[in-house]
Structure formats: structure tokens, C-alpha cells
Design a protein around this ligand. Structure first.
Ligand code: SF4
Ligand code: SF4
Length: 288
């Protein structure tokens, strides 16, 4: 059993016991992982939970799915290139779902003060470099109309969607000596990103999605979907380097709670939907 506050995973026997006692709400989640089934029991206490509280089980389930994918590919698929110390992908733009941004800020804030301040400064430095280049590029595209907020948002989104971020070759602020300093807490996007083919393809802006292993569930999407349903908000992602400034503008959202049971229900709905979407795509397009 893994326990993280109001929401946690149970093994089969603990789930049976908890259901008999009736002091927890236990919900099942069945996922299809490349033809193999993964059955999970997610438990909720009767208390309230924040969006950030769903993140530990999302990470844990994501890791289980990835282990199954790696095992399957090792038997009958292309070889996965990714390994410890290989880190060209740590110069990519890393986007967090809203619950992850809340959770990661919460985890970093609880670090010893000297480490915390170093991390925050590194993030702000990277964000400053990105922001400077973004403004320079947008200014070069022509004068901005301050009243055209939607057009500006689109320009910013196009800039991040292009290869201009990666061309800056800014190391992730958490990359230390070729390793991830927050490996256990790393974003879902980092966890899920596995590629096949030579690692050299990842250098110098060469990361290609057609080399990426397609995951049967995209847990970053799952958390994004859960957030829109619970908050009634539109979909939002948070650049890793900008998460502290974003957090200071969204603290009230961080404090909002829902019954833990409701968070689990939405998590399960979103995970099943994403998994079913992958299965449908696989049937019509074939697995890459
Ligand atoms: S994505 Fe590329 S750079 Fe990152 S670990 Fe895998 S092979 Fe290495
Ligand atoms: S969080 Fe870790 S794994 Fe992700 S980009 Fe940064 S250093 Fe790499």
C-alpha cells in the first residue's frame, strides 16, 4: 500500500479489507497497457483534498504503466534508447499540468532553505532567459497591439510550439551533473518521454515525436482534464521554469479543496477516456 494523505493506492488484499470495514471509499481502475491489463485500487479517506493531492498516485500509476510498456517492448518492440545520464531531452520545454505545478512548488518549498533558494533562483534565471528571447523574437515580428490579447497569446503559444525554445539550449534548472535532481518528483512529461533510435537524434533540437514511444495513457493529459472538470476552467499548462511566478498568481486555486472521493472519480474517468482514446487510435492507425 502506498499512502499519500487522503488519496492512495491499495493492493488487492488491503482493498478487500478496506471495503469490508467501510471506512474508506475504494474505486477500481482498469487500464489496457498494450494488451495487458493493469488493475488498480484507489482509496479515498472521507476528507477533502487539493488538486496537488492527486499527483503522487498519478506518478505512481504512470511509473507502473511505463514499466509494463518497457517490459513489453523489450520482448517484441524496438529498443528504447533512454538511459541514466542521457539528458539532451532536459533542454526541452517542460510543461506541467496544474496539479503538478501546485505539487512541485509545494515539494520545493518544503526543502531546506538554502536548497530551496538555489532552485528558485535557477528557475527564475532560466525563465528570464526564455522571456528575454521571446520578447526579442516577438518584437522582430512586428509591433504588438496591446489590445489584441488573443493574438498575443497565440503568438506566445506559437513561439513555445516552435523549435525556438530548444534552440536556446537552456538546461532544465533541475539538471545536475547530467542527472535529474528531482528524479522521484519529476514531471509526468519527463517520465513518459521515451524514444527509440540513436540518442544522437535528441541533440541540437533534433528530438522527433516520430521516435517517441506512444504511452497507452498520457497522465499529464489526465490531470489536465481532471482540472478542467473540477474547476470548470479551460485547459492550462505551466512552463516548469515559470512555476513559481505562476504559483504566486494562483495561490487561491492551490487552497481549493474537493471531497477526495470526487477527485478520484474524475481521475478515473479521465484516465479511462485517455486510455480508450489511445486504444481507438491504435486500432485505426496502428502502433508506432
Ligand atoms: S529522450 Fe533522448 S536525450 Fe532523453 S534520455 Fe532518451 S535518448 Fe537520451
Ligand atoms: S525535471 Fe528532471 S527529467 Fe525533467 S527535464 Fe528537468 S532534469 Fe530532466
Amino acid at each position: 500500500m502506498s499512502n499519500s494523505g487522503a488519496i492512495f493506492l491499495l493492493n488487492d488484499s488491503a482493498a478487500a479489507g478496506a471495503q469490508k470495514d467501510g471506512d474508506l471509499t475504494v474505486s477500481g481502475l482498469d487500464l489496457d497497457v498494450l494488451g495487458q491489463s493493469l488493475h488498480l485500487h484507489i482509496a479515498a479517506s472521507g476528507s477533502e483534498a487539493r488538486l496537488a493531492d492527486i499527483v503522487p498516485i498519478a506518478r505512481e500509476i504512470c511509473d507502473r504503466v511505463i514499466d509494463m510498456v518497457i517490459e513489453q517492448l523489450s520482448k517484441n518492440g524496438p529498443e528504447i534508447t533512454c538511459k541514466k545520464g542521457c539528458c539532451a531531452c532536459c533542454r526541452q520545454l517542460i510543461l506541467l499540468s496544474v496539479p503538478e505545478a501546485f505539487r512541485l512548488v509545494q515539494e520545493i518549498v518544503s526543502l531546506p532553505m538554502d536548497v530551496r533558494e538555489m532552485v528558485i533562483a535557477a528557475c527564475r534565471d532560466a525563465a528570464g532567459q526564455v522571456g528575454g528571447k521571446l520578447q526579442e523574437d516577438l518584437a522582430a515580428e512586428g509591433p504588438l497591439n496591446p489590445n489584441a490579447a488573443e493574438a498575443y497569446r497565440q503568438q506566445v503559444s506559437d513561439w513555445f510550439g516552435s523549435d525556438r525554445y530548444q534552440s536556446l539550449e537552456i538546461n532544465c534548472p533541475f539538471l545536475s551533473g547530467g542527472l535529474c535532481a528531482i528524479y522521484e518528483q519529476r514531471p509526468l512529461l519527463c517520465r513518459q518521454w521515451l524514444v527509440t533510435g540513436p540518442a544522437a537524434q535528441c541533440e541540437k533540437g533534433g528530438i522527433k515525436t516520430d521516435h517517441a514511444v506512444q504511452m497507452p495513457v498520457n497522465f499529464a493529459n489526465v490531470l489536465a482534464e481532471l482540472t478542467t472538470k473540477l474547476e470548470g476552467s479551460s485547459r492550462e499548462v505551466v512552463p516548469l521554469t515559470g512555476m513559481f511566478d505562476w504559483f504566486s498568481q494562483n495561490e487561491k486555486r492551490y487552497d481549493k479543496t474537493w471531497p477526495a472521493k470526487q477527485l478520484i472519480e474524475q481521475f478515473i474517468i479521465a484516465a479511462k477516456k485517455d486510455n480508450a482514446g489511445f486504444m481507438g487510435q491504435e486500432q485505426t492507425q496502428g502502433r508506432r
